[in-house]
Design a protein around this ligand. Sequence first.
Ligand SMILES: [Zn+2]
Length: 161
Amino acid sequence: MSIRNIRQTGDEILRKKSKEVTVLNDRLKELIVDMKETMNKMEGVGIAAVQVGILKRIIICKPNEEEKEVVLINPVIVSKSDETEEDSEGCLSVEGYKGDVIRPKSIVVKAKDENMNDIEFDAEGFFARIICHEVDHLDGILYTDKVVPGTLKDLSSEEEN
Ligand SMILES: [Zn+2]
């Protein structure tokens, strides 16, 4: 297990499209362990493999402290509610900032779990928001691309005030 370096905005890799996982080999299993460890160390609620420099469609979400991390391989959002919600987001790759993003209130997700079994489930609220944010990473999209104008805040300048 090891903590991996988080790529920061401006790094070209964050703009690349990640590739589907066909075989979950030992290297990818180790990557998943490291992604969990890195996300928890950084107190993140989600992480995509590209954020540690690996262009594979793997994301991990942790909607709350008590629950175990949810590993999703090749996640696809198959449907989105028409109803949306505006809420604050941050990103381990955009350190020191927060901003509002409009996301669907609920989604249906298809993916493979940590054992490469097919899963499909509904997600709502904050959990749905994290999944949308992480799936965007797999397509080279950052939340700052979608931020509601005027809501992006520099947290360091806020602290000084
Ligand atoms: Zn992010």
